[in-house]
Design a protein around this ligand. Structure first.
Ligand code: ADP
Ligand code: MG
Length: 205
């Protein structure tokens, strides 16, 4: 199996950069339909992973993904921490179970996204980060090029504007949650865009 070096530290840096530069925006989105902490939560998690990027880069990819997931659970907090954490932990476990082979990482997405859905007791259309994860999963399984995957992700996040939140803090607002983009969907689309841009520059990754 390909080791995570030097791809992973670069990916971590790209994810960190997009979260830091959009933390205020994510906070504003969460102020509109939540409690305003999504930007600071994501930034805290991102900083913790960023600080460990070199050690993580030295681990085989399955272990690195699981470790990142655990760091995210303990540092992001809120609702999003366990959800992003579950995604990464399950991808790492799936990758380890599957062994080597091209396209294996993509195949870990459906069970990992399903685990996120179980964890949040959420489904498509509930106006959460899951709406973006499903779009990404679909695009990745279709083997869409990275730029297309990123576009699908942002389009799915934009689609949450018209939705009524059925899960998480925003669901307490009922109809008043309509008309705002879901903060978790936004962070998920931003991260996807950043990962896709990075991978485009590393076509052999
Ligand atoms: P909190 O809601 O605890 O303040 P954050 O603000 O960090 O946590 O994260 C909020 C985001 O988490 C939401 O915008 C939504 O995308 C996601 N989320 C919240 N609850 C759920 C859930 N039950 N299932 C899926 N995603 C959820
Ligand atoms: Mg919040």
């Amino acid at each position: 199996m390909r080791t995570s070096r030097p791809l992973l530290p670069g990916l971590i840096e790209a994810c960190h950069a997009v979260i830091v530069s959009n933390a205020d925006h994510l906070g504003e989105l969460d102020r509109a339909i939540g409690d305003g902490d999504h930007g600071t939560n994501m930034k805290r998690g991102s900083e913790a992973v960023y600080a460990e990027r070199d050690q993580l880069g030295g681990l085989p990819l399955p272990e690195a993904l699981e470790k990142i997931g655990m760091v995210l659970v303990t540092t992001i907090g809120g609702a999003a921490g366990p959800l992003y954490g579950t995604l990464l932990i399950e991808m790492g476990r799936g990758l380890r179970a599957a062994g080597s082979g091209d396209g294996v990482l993509a195949e870990t997405l459906p069970p990992a996204v399903a685990a996120v859905a179980r964890r949040g007791r959420a489904q498509a259309g509930d106006k959460t980060l899951l709406d973006v994860l499903y779009a990404v999963q679909q695009a990745v399984l279709k083997q869409s090029p990275p730029a297309e995957v990123a576009a699908y992700a942002m389009s799915a996040a934009t689609d949450t504007i018209a939705m009524k939140a059925l899960r998480g803090r925003a669901s307490f607002l009922g109809d008043r949650s309509i008309g705002h983009m879901d903060p978790g969907a936004c962070s998920c689309a931003l991260l996807t865009g950043s990962i896709c841009r990075f991978l485009e520059e590393f076509p052999s990754a």
